[in-house]
Design a protein around this ligand. Sequence first.
Ligand SMILES: [Mg+2]
Length: 217
Amino acid sequence: MSRKYDLVCFDLDGTLIQGTIFIWQTLHDAFGTDAGRRQRAKDDFHAGRITYQQWFDHDLVLLGEANATRERMVAALDAIHPTPGAAETLATLRTAGMHLAIISGSIDLVLEQFFGLAAFDEVLINRLDFDDDGRLVGGTHTDFDVDRKGAGVLEIARRLGVDVARTAFVGDNYNDVSAARTAGLSIAFNPRSEELTEAVHEVVTGDDLRGILPHLL
Ligand SMILES: [Mg+2]
């Protein structure tokens, strides 16, 4: 099957995996962190009072205080599963010769758990560090979330030598709008955000991610 695009960038939470809207929220809920402090940091970030780095660091402090370990974080993902048809979708795009990438504000541990990092040519995502006993000891935040996801599309296209017009992006929520406005083709998969629905070229609804394939091949 011939391809219409050379690179497809995916959001993770709510797009390639289901059972969560944002994995950070799922983890905070599982570890019972202080909802007030968590909400204040989120509000402060979206109001521009703190940086993404400060928001990320704050999240790690809350999870660290709740004794988050790698093992306990993986256990907290038990209600999460790949979107039906996701593996087949990725394999089909790969067979058609397309590059695959992740641009996500989720966490590397989650991607590893369900798809493996090797399934993608480029991965822009938050990374967590654990010590030898599996305790959460720090991490490295992504530079490409929310308003910077569009810059992530440009960055990956540059790294892979792909014309931006030949890039596609698939996401589900308000934090995907900048990427949707940047990619040559943007698809909202079961969108949860009116703003995203208005920003994209195509909307695909349904239980199976393979619904996006006719737009890409
Ligand atoms: Mg999402």
